[in-house]
Design a protein around this ligand. Structure first.
Ligand code: ADE
Ligand code: ZN
Length: 332
């Protein structure tokens, strides 16, 4: 029998795409308001519908076409943070892609960012949840598009925008194609992460570490296939932002029992738990914890330790880190 995990357990979530967390009813509502025909991205129950990872990215981009104004992003951010707060999340980081808000134009981007940040501050006041933003170019849009995004990031780094990453189709382009963007972001003081080892195999993780010099890896689960890389991750305290439900739904692994998160943890790799794009994968952070407890026998103490690790790897200032750690460790 697995231990029951209190759904209100204080949580930190490091890997969440803002647009990917949009409830389907919210996107459908926007599509009606704006007369955009995206009926084909929904199934008969009103959920998102996709066949595989590449189709998922298409559906995702179609949903994003309904997000057209700063006000849309303000409403989206509030809706997403309400869902997180309901799951006990006290600290979250979200990927924001200027490709989907402002298209890399710095003036437009500042307006979107202002709306997202405003909503985050409102949620902090009313729900006690803290949000930080990670600016994220889309890998399959190519390195030329990543450059203006890196400049948007460098110009707006601050209390809210604290990180830079890359998402999208890992099988297109190579990490070395994005070194300019990552160097620019690093020089501006941003902390770095990259999606790797979700689809691309262990080599993709090594390449992200070597070429982009990131301190965290989005997913990174395929590292398990290279024992030397597993040692490297553990020794260098590279934190993996693992999204088990996303990996199983998209078919990276056939079941949670076959997922390597438990084996990685046993090899002393720092793993954290996130939902990625929760409505797409019919998941919540509470469900992820329940599933992990059932499958691997993880206890509340395990989850407390994982959340403390997540806060230690969070892209935030030290005062925020200490304040959240106190809550997670039951000292507040
Ligand atoms: N963008 C949104 N979700 C993603 C994922 N799981 N992998 C790569 N890019 C993404
Ligand atoms: Zn992701």
């Amino acid at each position: 029998m697995s231990e029951r995990i209190d759904p209100a357990l204080p949580k930190a979530e490091l890997h969440l795409h803002l647009e990917g967390a949009a409830p389907p009813a919210f996107i459908r509502g926007l599509s009606k308001e704006k007369n955009i025909d995206i009926a084909k991205i929904f199934d008969e129950n009103g959920g998102y519908k996709f066949r595989d990872f590449v189709h998922f990215l298409d559906v995702y981009e179609a949903a994003c076409t309904t997000l057209q104004t700063p006000e849309d992003f303000r409403r989206l951010t509030l809706a997403v943070l309400e869902d997180r707060a309901r799951d006990g999340v006290i600290y979250a980081e979200t990927f924001v892609s200027p490709d989907f808000c402002g298209g890399g134009d710095l003036v437009a981007w500042r307006e979107y960012l202002h709306a997202i940040h405003d909503a985050a501050l409102e949620a902090e006041r009313t729900m006690g949840i803290t949000l930080r933003g990670i600016i994220t170019p889309i890998r399959h849009f190519g390195p030329e598009k990543a450059r203006p995004i890196a400049l948007c990031a460098a110009e707006t780094v601050g209390d809210f925008i604290t990180g830079f990453g890359i998402a999208g189709d890992e099988n297109q382009y190579h990490p070395r194609d994005f070194t300019w963007a990552f160097d620019c972001a690093r020089e501006a003081g941003l902390r770095l992460t990259a999606h790797a080892g979700e689809w691309g195999g262990a080599q993709s993780v090594s390449d992200a570490l070597d070429h982009l010099k990131v301190e965290r890896i989005g997913h990174g689960v395929q590292s398990i296939d290279d024992p030397a890389l597993v040692d490297r991750l553990a020794e260098n305290r590279i934190t993996l932002e693992v999204c088990p439900g996303s990996n199983v739904t998209l078919g990276v692994y056939p079941s949670l029992a076959k997922h390597p998160i438990d084996r990685l943890r046993n090899r002393e790799v720092i793993v954290t738990i996130s939902t990625d794009d929760p409505p797409f994968f019919h998941t919540t952070l509470v469900k992820e914890y329940e599933d992990l407890a059932q499958t691997f026998g993880w206890t509340e103490d395990d989850f407390r330790a994982i959340n403390a690790d997540a806060m230690r790897a969070a892209f935030c200032d030290d005062a925020t880190r200490q304040q959240k750690l106190k809550i997670i460790e039951g000292r507040a």
